[in-house]
Design a protein around this ligand. Structure first.
Ligand code: ZN
Ligand code: FE
Length: 255
């Protein structure tokens, strides 16, 4: 039976996620932007935390942890490379590590770019990946620490996961990402259809996260620097993918 996922809106536009195995009763939390909504959700569901997975060191992904650990005795897992600037870790992990979380394999992927040391958590059996501020719905995280080449490599590895993988990303930035995507890839019919759905969802206050890897590959401009239409639009027909990616990221920073 696949793991259950619950999306919890936090702060102004963050998402935390609960992962739950209904057979064993185990529960994991991915990121801790603030304690209130997460503790309320756990209480309402009657679940207690066994594990907290931290994607990266930014305050809007870790600040709720201390208050959560006062109520739930959970082990905290994060990147070994970031142990010096994450809350105290019980398990420090690196790219390629495979752990058992809620009874399923969970593979750690280094997805540096937004920060150096950012990790994603991939659950191949259920088919979901927690990407926080690396791959986002119709977007990707800003490059605060890493280079375009690092982010491009991270996104390429994520895009190689199966198309039916659920992409659980860290922010509700999709409406602004959608407006930007249309400026880069205006003739993409799949993008136009997706944007209409996003605008309708946001009008009704519904989350646009998680999304599907197949729809990201078809519509997310940051995964499509090899697309002839995008290249022609940018006048970069013969540039390497990484340079096209860097130009799209530069334009988003100024958008
Ligand atoms: Zn961040
Ligand atoms: Fe963030």
């Amino acid at each position: 039976m696949p793991l259950e996922t619950v999306t919890i809106p936090c702060l102004a536009d963050n998402y935390a996620f609960l992962v739950h195995n209904s057979e064993t009763g185990e529960t994991a939390l991915v990121d801790a932007p603030e304690s209130g909504p997460i503790l309320t959700a756990l209480n309402d569901l009657g679940w207690s935390l066994d594990t907290v997975l931290l994607t990266h060191h930014h305050w809007d992904h870790i600040d709720g942890l201390t208050a959560i650990l006062e109520v739930h005795k959970a082990r905290v897992i994060g990147a070994a490379a970031d142990a010096h600037r994450l809350p105290p870790l019980d398990v420090a992990v690196s790219d390629g590590d495979v752990l058992t979380i809620c009874g399923e394999d969970m593979a750690v992927m280094d997805v540096s770019g937004h920060t150096v040391g950012h990790v994603a958590f991939h659950f191949p059996q259920t088919g979901m990946v927690f990407t926080a501020d690396s791959l986002m719905a119709l977007g990707c995280g800003r490059l605060f620490e890493g280079t375009p080449a690092q982010m491009w490599q991270s996104l390429s590895r994520l895009a190689a996961l199966p198309g039916d993988t659920l992409v659980c990303s860290g922010h509700e930035y999709t409406e602004s990402n959608a407006r930007f995507a249309l400026t880069i890839d205006p003739d993409n019919a799949a993008l136009q259809t997706r944007v209409a759905g996003i605008m309708a969802a946001r009008k009704e206050g519904r989350p646009t996260v998680p999304s599907l890897m197949s729809e990201e590959k078809a519509t997310n401009p940051f995964l499509r620097p090899d697309d002839p239409g995008i290249r022609a639009h940018l006048g970069m027909e013969n540039a390497p993918d990484v340079e096209v990616f860097a130009e799209i990221r530069r334009r988003k920073d100024a958008f």
